[in-house]
Design a protein around this ligand. Structure first.
Ligand code: HEM
Length: 504
């Protein structure tokens, strides 16, 4: 009997997948709407075996559209409208945001850490939560938290100095390891008041669990593909992309951090205090939780805490890895960053105001994010039928709209010599001749990244610290480890090592 059920289930799955595969090559959906259709270049096999993710075909789809403003494709049964025209993209993401205020649906049965997080919240609940949490991420708040950032930058430097020097007096440092440690320590301390000692604790459970966010195996990639592309199927079989040990661990640690602040409030209105207010109901916020009932406030607070850890850790660590790689690859630009840092800081410690003055370093990071975006695809869900301006087309409610940030960032229409690494293209005078709308590493409109300031200050401080104290160069194998796009964006290979020669 059991075997029969398994066989029936397998047949059902097979029929379901074939149907979705068929729908993916089916162009009739868009043709009926009068909208040009492109064929999905990602195969079901590649998707389910983790060889490719949904956004791996995006750049080909973007090119296939030629001069068209937009076009449709089917992502295994989900209709996607790829918007190429930048002014239409901005209209959709900003002016007509009320038609596009959500991200794609996630399975109903998902962990509440996902469904109740700001990232996937919907409608008025999202709006209320975003307004409620925003004061935790202002420039003033990042300035207040700067001592935490600075402590971790010093810890990074001290840790690097514990490595064995080569015969030519350099440290050979695994860049991925260094940047992941730094990024997790900063977010732990600045957002949650945790004293993690990541650099000295060789067996840090916190880092081990954080690493599970992105170091995922083929099975987890499969689960992620099902979760993202086949939500009903994920519902049926209770498939979650989150590692259950990891979500249990962070739920406990972050709930304890919120409780610790609740018991010993320091009077500071920071992110952690906002979470306490959310939990205790001190902060007035109306949020419609999943399935219509009111979730316990503590769960809601912990969901936001986990999201900020997940969203704020990998993105920053990955960008830092790639930026450091670029510093080593372009020694003359590295020298220019160093001269700027030396001129601004002299012999003194790097402070928040110094960071704000470092314009060339800003450009260097912007250029890294242009060529190697951490989030290569932006998405919104159409929540209200939408007549596309200057056309006769109407896109139905439920359609997912995507903008391929990576393609826009590399499009010769908007950037001269687009594949060249040239931070000076972000100089004020050069900016004027470029299309500002063609740069979107942190998203577009009211639902863009809430942590931009936090991320940029954290990144600038780490890079400024490195060039201030070391000359960075590659090893014999550096060229084998060019940055690669993984499931979530660009990063460097875990085995990449770079040389750091102390300056004095
Ligand atoms: C280099 C680092 C980072 C990059 C490249 C990045 C990029 C992005 C992008 C592209 C989005 C989607 C925007 C859109 O759909 O228009 C996003 C959303 C988000 N990011 Fe970031 N991010 C970074 C760091 C951070 C940090 C440090 C935090 C928090 C501490 C954070 C928190 C969030 C949150 C909560 C959202 C969802 C916002 C919403 O739906 O209202 N991010 N990020």
């Amino acid at each position: 009997m059991d075997n029969l059920i398994i066989i029936l289930a397998l047949i059902l799955i097979f029929v379901y997948l074939i149907k979705r595969w068929f729908l993916s090559s089916y162009t009739g959906y868009w043709t009926k709407l009068g909208i040009i259709s492109i064929k999905n270049k990602v195969s079901l096999f590649d998707l389910l075996t983790g060889k490719k993710s949904n956004n791996d075909g995006d750049m080909q789809h973007y090119t296939a559209l030629g001069q068209e403003r937009y076009g449709g494709l089917m992502e295994f049964g989900i209709p996607l409208l790829l918007v190429k025209d930048l002014s239409l993209a901005r209209t959709i993401f900003i002016k007509d945001f009320h038609h596009f205020s959500e991200r794609r649906d996630v399975p109903n049965s998902s962990d509440t850490l996902i469904t109740d997080s700001l990232f996937f919240m919907r409608g008025q609940s999202w709006k209320n939560m975003r307004t409620f949490l925003s004061p935790g991420f202002t420039s003033g708040m990042v300035r207040k938290k700067f001592p935490h950032f600075a402590r971790s930058a010093t810890n990074l430097q001290n840790w690097m100095n514990t490595h064995q020097k080569t015969s030519s007096g350099e440290y050979e440092i695994p860049v991925s390891d260094a940047m992941r440690k730094y990024a997790v320590e900063v977010i732990g301390a600045a957002a949650f008041g945790l004293n993690l000692n990541i650099f000295s604790d060789k067996n840090s459970k916190f880092l081990e669990m954080a690493d599970r966010i992105e170091n995922i195996n083929v099975w987890q990639k499969f689960k992620f593909a099902i979760f993202q592309t086949f939500p009903r199927f994920a519902d049926l079989f209770k498939i979650s992309p989150l590692d259950s040990d990891m979500s249990k661990y962070f739920r406990n640690v972050l709930a304890s951090a919120i409780e610790a602040r609740e018991l010993s409030s320091c009077g500071e209105k920071d992110f952690l205090q906002l979470l306490v207010d959310l939990k205790t109901g001190t902060g007035k916020i109306e949020v419609q939780a999943k399935q219509g009932d009111h979730k316990s406030r503590e769960d809601l607070a912990v969901s936001q805490a986990c999201l900020f850890l997940i969203a704020g850790f990998d993105t920053v660590a990955n960008n830092l890895m790639v930026s450091t790689y670029m510093l080593a690859t372009y020694p003359e630009l590295q020298q220019k960053v160093r001269e700027e840092v030396d001129r601004i800081c002299g012999e003194s410690e790097i402070c928040y105001d110094h960071i704000n003055e470092m314009g060339f370093l800003d450009n260097f990071i912007a250029e890294t994010l242009r060529l190697y975006p951490g989030v290569p695809r932006l998405e919104r869900k159409c929540v209200l039928d939408y007549p596309i301006p200057n056309s006769t087309h109407v896109i139905p409610k439920g359609t997912i709209v995507i903008v391929v940030a990576e393609s826009v960032h590399k499009d010769a229409q908007y950037w001269t010599n687009p594949l060249r690494f040239d931070p000076d293209r972000f100089n004020l005078e050069n900016k004027a001749i470029q299309n500002n709308n063609a740069y979107m590493p942190f998203g577009i409109g009211p639902r863009n990244c809430i942590g931009i300031k936090f991320a940029l200050v954290e990144t600038k401080l780490a890079l400024a610290t490195l060039v201030k104290h070391y000359e960075i160069s590659g090893t014999e194998t550096t060229q084998d480890y060019v940055p690669v796009k993984d499931l979530f964006g660009y990063k460097t290979h875990p085995d990449l090592k770079l040389r750091f020669k102390p300056r004095k």
